[in-house]
Design a protein around this ligand. Structure first.
Ligand code: F3S
Length: 396
């Protein structure tokens, strides 16, 4: 791979251990994927932040990098951590876990990384422009950045994203090359999708059918952030693609994909059935996968007006979004009803195994991690159904 003089110096250790170590990671990655050069990145988002997933080995690695003077050269934000960094006691996190998680966050801060702890960096100030090369690692955010924002990123692992932050570079391969971004499957949507869980169900159905191939969606209505982030999360989770194209006629005119998949109402209903386990009672409700927007928080606040929840109910969101919601009185309404904010974290990366049995959510991705990581049964439905479940404890 061609390296500039500056990149050669980093690799040779002339700028210290941290830059050398991180450049070694990137050159090894570039060699594996046949990259011919490095490219500068303008934004990084690092996943692998929860002590639940990283453990002591991850903590030691990050502290060593911080001790050796590693510093982010470009705007870099973090994915959710294993707990709300302020309100962890209320969410049932123990002291030992909290102390380790704080050490991890401190190591990132020492490296100049913004502890935003959200999977929706594009809602809180880390929003790349169309055509920007970036290095993001949270799968839902990667798909959102490529498909909706028009930025260019591979799905980085935590260490390679961190290496991109520290060096300001990433190897040029995969989604950074236009020739790899063409759609491979035309997906014709023959039904109107309404609520957020239906967009998650679409991602589940299409992801299971076409895997990591890039789809070109036609006939998909509803271009608000909320349904799109849900679609991005589920298609990346159940299929693995880092990019889709939305109603882009230039491809059908010039480079129509050879393969076609149609999606009927029965496919969406089938996907929702597959995501719903048999369970009449619910003991945990979690919304905000990916993290809630201000509008979603408003909807929850309105639905909880003059009601009390009887089940553990988490609203997962970025701290910055919650602070916005506070100004409008939504947070106070939600807390008065007995629901809890889980900022900086989510239902998938917090240590929840064994605490609950049945999760109710509006997110297809949350079902995947609820089942896979935490052994929960899952119920998926609209935000109204989820709020009702939090109040009554029943799924109807
Ligand atoms: Fe975000 Fe956690 Fe879902 S990181 S996309 S809320 S699994």
């Amino acid at each position: 791979m061609y390296l500039t003089n500056a990149e050669e110096k980093m690799l040779a250790g002339e700028e210290g251990y941290a830059l050398q170590k991180n450049m070694q990671i990137l050159t090894a990655l570039g060699d594996i994927f046949g990259a011919d050069k490095m490219i500068p990145v303008s934004s990084v988002q690092v996943a692998g932040v929860s002590y639940y997933n990283l453990g002591d080995a991850g903590l030691e690695y990050l502290e060593t990098l911080a001790d050796q003077g590693a510093k982010a050269r470009v705007k870099t934000t973090l994915n959710p951590a294993g707990m709300d960094l302020e309100n962890w006691r209320e969410l049932g996190i123990d002291e030992k876990f909290a102390s380790k998680q704080k050490q991890l966050i401190d190591a990132f801060i020492r490296m100049g990384i913004i502890p935003s702890c959200t999977c929706t960096p594009y809602l809180v100030g880390n929003e790349p422009a169309r055509g920007d090369h970036i290095a993001w690692s949270e799968s839902s955010a990667v798909t959102y950045a490529n498909s909706i924002l028009g930025a260019m990123t591979n799905r980085e692992g935590g260490p390679s994203a961190l290496a991109a932050a520290v060096t300001g570079r990433t190897p040029s391969y995969g989604m950074h090359l236009q020739e790899n971004r063409k759609p491979k499957v035309r997906v014709k949507i023959e039904t109107k999708l309404t609520a957020v869980p239906e967009f998650g169900a679409l991602g589940y159905f299409v992801g299971k059918k076409i895997g990591a191939k890039i789809p070109l969606f036609e006939g998909l209505e509803g271009t608000e952030v909320e349904p799109l982030k849900s679609l991005c999360a589920s298609i990346a989770t159940y299929g693995g693609t880092a990019l889709f194209h939305l109603n882009d006629a230039s491809y059908t005119a010039n480079e129509a994909p050879g393969e076609t998949l149609t999606v009927a109402r029965s496919d969406i209903e089938g996907a929702l059935r597959a995501l719903n386990d048999e369970a009449a009672e619910v003991d945990f409700v979690a919304l905000g996968c990916p993290h809630c927007t201000l509008d979603e928080i408003k909807t929850i606040a309105d639905l909880l007006q003059d009601r009390k929840v009887t089940r553990e109910f988490w609203i997962c969101t970025a701290r910055q979004t919650m602070e916005e919601a506070e100004k409008f009185g939504y947070v106070q309404k939600i807390r008065t009803a007995g629901a809890k904010f889980a900022c900086d974290t989510c239902m998938a990366v917090a240590p929840l195994k064994g605490r609950f049995k049945v999760l109710a959510t509006d997110s297809a991705k949350a079902c995947y991690y609820g089942r896979g990581t935490n052994d929960f049964k899952t119920r998926i439905g609209t935000v109204e159904e989820c709020v009702n479940a939090a109040v009554t404890g029943k799924w109807s």
